[in-house]
Each structure stands twice: as structure tokens, then as C-alpha cells.
Design a protein around this ligand. Structure first.
Ligand code: 5GP
Ligand code: ZN
Length: 112
């Protein structure tokens, strides 16, 4: 499979892991856009949020709970942002669902 995040899950591409369980993996973004910038991904290949199915409900919940746990562990008590870029116009550049967990600086609205 020609998917960079599937390769990270498989260990074929190295990553700096933050957490891992049987369903998900979290690792530091290679090009951080905030002092803390972590990606949380499902281990199974889901191309984007738009491709998530009813059967993925529990998985999506786990990803969000993991994002909140990670933010807590990273000391982001003052706040953080979770971003899910979806599709070309949504700015998605890797076609494997991922949550950006970003914090450690003031976020602004609207994002670019
Ligand atoms: P998107 O642009 O799809 O919202 O987010 C993709 C993210 O994946 C980007 O923030 C980019 O820096 C990150 N990324 C792309 N390739 C790699 C990689 O090989 N390793 C890691 N750790 N992050 C990556
Ligand atoms: Zn994939």
C-alpha cells in the first residue's frame, strides 16, 4: 500500500511515537506548526473523515479521547486545538485520516 501513514504504522518509516494501542498510533508531526504538534491516526487505513463509516463510530471516539489524553499528558491545560483536514480544499495532504493535536501557543480564528 502506497500510504505514508500505513508505512509508519507498519514501522517501515520511523516516527517519534507518543502512544500506541491496538487501534491507533500517535506520533510527532515531522514539520511542527506549534510547540506541541502530534498526529493521532487509526492503524487501519481510512482515507479521510469523509470516508469514515458508521462502523467507524467507536474508532473516531477513541481517536478523540486519545487526543484529549495526549493534550493532558503534554501539559496543554490552557487549551489546544484538534484539526482534521479533509479533502483537497480542506488542506489534506496525506490521505490517511489523522487528527492534528496542536498547542503550546495561542491559536487564532479563522485558521488559514
Ligand atoms: P495534512 O496536511 O494532511 O492536514 O497533515 C499531514 C501532516 O503530516 C503534515 O502536518 C505533515 O507535516 C505530516 N507528515 C507528512 N509526512 C510525515 C512523515 O513522514 N512523518 C511525520 N511524523 N509526519 C509527516
Ligand atoms: Zn494508510
Amino acid at each position: 500500500m502506497d500510504c505514508i501513514f500505513c508505512k509508519i504504522v507498519a514501522g517501515a518509516i520511523p516516527s517519534k511515537k507518543v502512544r500506541e494501542d491496538e487501534t491507533l498510533l500517535a506520533f510527532y508531526d515531522i514539520e511542527p506548526k506549534a510547540p506541541i504538534h502530534i498526529l493521532v491516526i487509526p492503524k487501519k487505513h481510512v482515507a479521510s473523515l469523509a470516508d469514515a463509516k458508521k462502523a467507524d463510530e467507536a474508532l473516531l471516539g477513541r481517536l478523540l479521547i486519545a487526543a484529549a489524553d495526549i493534550a493532558r499528558e503534554q501539559g496543554l491545560a490552557r487549551g489546544f486545538r484538534v484539526v482534521i483536514s479533509t479533502g483537497a480544499e480542506g488542506g489534506q495532504t496525506v490521505d490517511h485520516l489523522h487528527l492534528h493535536v496542536m498547542g503550546g501557543r495561542q491559536m487564532h480564528w479563522p485558521p488559514g
